[in-house]
Design a protein around this ligand. Structure first.
Ligand SMILES: Cc1cc2nc3c(=O)[nH]c(=O)nc-3n(C[C@H](O)[C@H](O)[C@H](O)COP(=O)(O)OP(=O)(O)OC[C@H]3O[C@@H](n4cnc5c(N)ncnc54)[C@H](O)[C@@H]3O)c2cc1C
Length: 267
């Protein structure tokens, strides 16, 4: 077995950076509680600077790129398929289409290869402001974000190979049954919940013996490309869950299971 020492070194570095950010973040949270608005204005660029430094340092590992070389496209060249946007959907589509080896597929992406920092689950939550983004902001619609002085919030969209999956939080959340069925009713053939569930199952490789023994086992599969696990939070979340239960809420074993798929009108 070949051991990739540079990658191990940088992964350790990433984890250490993550821990440092959590500690700094924790301390800053305490400071921010006590700070005035003026002080917060000074601190926020400082936090962004730390985030950019972590992303830049972690991305120095250019020698061990995980990604294939870019294609060189010539004038007049033709393709069987051209996919614009190498995000979550575009990458899967390109992968599936190239399973037919005689098909020639061009995948075009506006952003670059992702920085190494985007590969560490959980780190993106702490440094998302410094990851490649389209910098979209909502407009003042006179209704939302009215409590903010700018009356606008940032709407993050990843700009890199992998798209928004390079900044996202990696929760495996399927859409709601009612939404899919409504789309189908409105004429979008094939998007009803039964049909999309076939593809959710086809893509999923669930590693959770409790869910696979539960009543929602029929909604899952263990053989797809997309590996899914549940973190074992043990005691850490017990108090929160007990508090939710006391408040009359149900704790679901599987938030993609049958119980999840009810209409909001049922609430
Ligand atoms: C901060 C954040 C957290 C999230 N957390 C979760 C989560 O925990 N779980 C979950 O299920 N979902 C989450 N999501 C949502 C999920 O990431 C997106 O729904 C999903 O990635 C969308 O996939 P997509 O292929 O439609 O678009 P994207 O992945 O955004 O891909 C679009 C790609 O197209 C490229 N592109 C756009 N225009 C052009 C152009 N003209 N030419 C070339 N390329 C172009 C973009 O650069 C991008 O790479 C989150 C999203 C964000 C932003």
């Amino acid at each position: 077995m070949k051991i990739n020492f540079p990658r191990i070194k940088w992964n350790v570095f990433g984890v250490v950076c993550g821990i440092v950010i959590v500690i700094i973040g924790h301390q800053l949270k305490n400071i921010l509680h006590a700070a005035s608005v003026a002080e917060v204005k000074v601190l926020l660029p400082f936090i962004k600077l730390i985030q950019i430094a972590v992303v830049s340092l972690y991305s120095l590992d250019s020698s061990a790129s995980l990604y294939p070389p870019h294609a060189t496209v010539h004038d007049g060249q033709t393709f069987d398929f051209i996919i614009v946007g190498a995000g979550s959907a575009g990458c899967v589509l390109a992968n599936r289409l190239t399973e037919i080896s005689s098909w020639n597929v061009l995948l075009i992406e506006a952003g670059d290869d992702p920085p190494g920092a985007s590969n560490i689950p959980g780190l993106s939550i702490l440094i998302s402001a410094a990851l490649p983004d389209w910098n979209y902001y909502t407009v003042d619609d006179g209704f939302s974000s009215q409590g903010l002085k700018t009356k606008s919030i940032q709407n993050r969209r990843g700009k890199m190979l992998g798209g928004s999956s390079g900044v996202n939080f990696m929760f495996y959340v399927r859409g709601n049954k009612v939404d899919y069925d409504n789309w189908a009713k409105e004429g979008i053939e094939g998007w009803d919940w039964n049909n999309v569930t076939t593809y959710f199952k086809k893509s999923e490789r669930l590693n959770d013996k409790y869910i696979m023994k539960s009543e929602s086992a029929d909604l899952h599969s263990t053989k797809g490309y997309l590996g899914i696990t549940q973190p074992d939070w043990n005691q850490k979340t017990k108090d929160y869950f007990n508090a939710f239960k006391e408040d009359g809420h149900q704790i679901l074993l599987d938030y993609n299971g049958h119980q999840h798929n009810h209409s909001q009108k049922d609430d």
